[in-house]
Design a protein around this ligand. Structure first.
Ligand code: ADP
Ligand code: MG
Length: 620
């Protein structure tokens, strides 16, 4: 050896991961085999792609394959590939830091889970570092594909540092030599390793052999015909491809010849990691052309709001030797995106009918992303609208309905689809706005997530029916024979009271009127400012980002002339103007609170004490 070895410290975060991995009691140690085989497979895939454009590749005659050998006597395992290999700089970058997806996701999950959860190692794989669960020492012999490079040997025993020295005899690719800890001699046994590779690496697209014997069948499952594939095969493929520890919740396998030739196998995971606040999903549907991987994470293959999808798309119409960058804004990719998105939305719709339970599980995990699409993507608005689910006054709490079923239930002369937004079903039911539709026998969708109102504003209509909030002026009330609760104030008195209220409340209201909206409640907020009502106002607030950024809105107050408080107020305004004004202010605040428009309740609380004081004083 001419050159001396250089010693390097692992990056701090890497040390942390290593420390957790080495000391973990995680029981499925065998996953390290999966991680190393998948790295070898990645390296081969990269080389295969490179060879499409690069003619000058070192050791060109070497086959794209993975060779595993076990040495029971010296308790050693070797995994070798003829992939792209690494330069010295790449060794430092790739094995000395955790800038890479596998271990990076692990780190992020670790941060959000708080402490070192054993199960996380299984979920995220930890990538290359998982080998230190079982190894006393690991040597990575490697040589880059580039003819100008040279061989290197990286070595570490998983504590704080590693060394790198020249390894002149090393050919193209990487050879991991693993000296196993005494307790883990099982991984130096041929049968055990074969079993593990069959389990985890059945879908590796390159031949894998153990001690010279081939153990996998290279097989592009997505190109095979549906009826010869078993459910378990799909599940295993999904787990392998998405690095998930559990099976998918749904899968769609389809092929088409026109307008493009496509073979696609798409999966929806059971869980939405994004919802758990871990990280943002990235598109991980791999793009292939006749089984050759073009891009594992192509941007633009699906719309953003389908970023939870996993799987493979294979199209023979793709040009093989195109760079990823030109690929990303190609017309072809846009076409693929269109065809696939349409097809997947149709699949979801079928699923929602045929497999309602599965669909509802999907909805509770990924509904938010469907809403994201409905609110932002004009192209698919109709299809997405059909997938939305909400609670409704027509159903018991917890049950959900779609807009289709709403239409089925509604009477032929009903003009609009109605909804109301509130913090919860209970709070909507307690407010004043259900009274009018309920008295007319109209169904109201109950929306409880902040984005829901925004989504409804974006969709606007469904099957030619307008979608309106039941608290807006656009909701036209039909005259009804109201079950009058007692006597109403006379027309003239009501008019006078409205005028007095407007005068007393001043700037805070744009108008005070009487109407057919109220049955049980004394007052409510309607319309005003051309925003269609409280719902429109809240959406405006949401779009403007910060609450309270808008000047305090001036609203329209509607009163119920049959209500005891209103009748009492009418008499009081003459006898005790001061108390009457206090009550008027309080009524307005209550109405604002019912409409979810009260930003700061402190003023209202102070006033309500004053009112209570007056009441209590009569007993003094
Ligand atoms: P990930 O595979 O998620 O990127 P790993 O921890 O498994 O993370 O691997 C880290 C990096 O080390 C890889 O991204 C790759 O660049 C490099 N690497 C690992 N194994 C090999 C190999 N056999 N051949 C070439 N590069 C490799
Ligand atoms: Mg990896």
């Amino acid at each position: 050896m001419s050159k001396k070895a250089s010693t390097h410290e692992f990056q701090a975060e890497t040390k942390q991961v290593l420390d957790i991995v080495v000391n973990s009691l995680y029981k499925d140690k065998e996953i390290f085999v999966r991680e190393l085989i998948s790295n070898a497979s990645d390296a081969l895939e990269k080389l295969r792609r490179l060879q499409l454009t690069e003619k000058n590749v070192f050791d060109e005659e070497l086959d794209l394959e993975i060779n595993v050998s076990t040495d029971d006597a010296s308790n050693q395992l070797t995994i070798q590939d003829f992939g792209i290999g690494m330069t010295k700089d790449e060794l430092v970058e790739n094995l000395g830091t955790i800038a890479h997806s596998g271990s990076k996701e692990f780190m992020e999950a670790l941060k959000s889970e708080g402490d070192a959860n054993e199960a996380l190692i299984g979920k995220f794989g930890v990538g290359f570092y998982s080998v230190f669960m079982v190894a006393d020492e690991v040597q990575a012999f490697t040589r880059t594909w580039n003819p100008n490079g040279d061989g290197q040997c990286w070595k570490s025993n998983g504590d704080g540092s590693y060394s790198i020295e020249a390894a002149e005899e090393q050919g193209r690719g990487t050879k991991m030599v693993i000296k196993l800890k005494e307790d883990f001699s099982e991984f130096a046994k041929e049968d055990r390793i074969k079993e593990i590779i069959r389990k985890y690496s059945a879908f590796v697209q390159f031949p894998v052999s153990v001690n010279g014997e081939k153990v996998n069948t290279v097989d592009a499952i997505w190109m095979r015909s549906k009826n010869e594939i078993k459910e378990e095969e799909y599940e295993e493929f999904y787990k392998f491809q998405s690095n998930d520890y559990e099976g998918p919740s749904m899968k769609m396998h389809f092929s088409a010849d026109a307008p493009l030739e496509i073979n696609a196998l798409l999966f929806v995971p059971k869980r939405n990691m994004e919802k758990m606040g871990m990280f943002r999903n990235e598109n991980k549907v791999a793009l292939h052309c006749r089984k050759v991987l073009i891009d594992a994470e192509p941007k633009g293959l699906f719309p953003e709001w389908l970023r939870f999808l996993r799987g493979v798309v294979d199209s023979s119409d793709l040009p093989l030797n195109v760079s990823r960058e030109t690929m990303q804004d190609s017309e072809l990719l846009r076409k693929l995106n269109q065809v696939l998105t349409k097809r997947f939305l149709r699949f979801l719709r079928e699923q929602s009918k045929k497999e309602e339970k599965t669909y509802l599980e999907f909805w509770s995990e990924f509904g938010l992303m469907i809403k994201e699409g409905a609110a932002t993507d004009f192209t698919y608005r109709e299809d997405l609208a059909k997938l939305l689910r909400f609670e409704s006054t027509a159903l018991e709490p917890g049950k959900l309905t779609g807009l289709d079923s709403y239409l089925d239930r509604m009477a032929s002369d009903q003009k609009e689809i109605l909804f109301l937004f509130g913090k919860s079903r209970e709070s909507i039911e307690a407010g004043p706005y259900l009274e009018a539709p309920a008295a007319r026998g109209l169904e109201v969708l109950l929306l409880t997530e902040p984005v829901d109102e925004y989504v409804m504003q974006a969709i606007r209509e469904f099957s030619d029916k307008k979608i309106v909030s039941a608290d807006s002026e656009d909701f036209e009330l039909e005259e009804i024979e109201q079950k009058l609760k007692g006597r109403s104030l006379g027309k003239k008195q009501t008019k006078e009271l409205c005028a007095w209220l407007k005068d007393s409340l001043g700037e805070k209201v744009s108008d005070v009127e009487t109407g057919d909206r109220l049955i049980e409640s004394p007052v409510c907020i309607v319309g005003g400012d051309g925003m269609g009502g409280p719902s429109g106002r809240r959406v405006m607030q949401m779009m403007q980002g910060m609450e309270g950024a808008m000047p305090a809105p001036s609203v329209k107050l509607q009163i119920n002339p049959r209500h005891a408080i209103i009748k009492g107020l009418n008499g009081l305004k003459e006898k005790d103007g001061e108390t009457a004004s206090l009550i008027a202010e309080q009524l307005l605040d209550n109405a604002m609170a019912s409409a979810n428009l009260l930003d700061d309740p402190r003023e209202m609380i102070a006033r309500s004490y004053k009112a209570l004081e007056k009441l209590a004083a009569s007993g003094d």
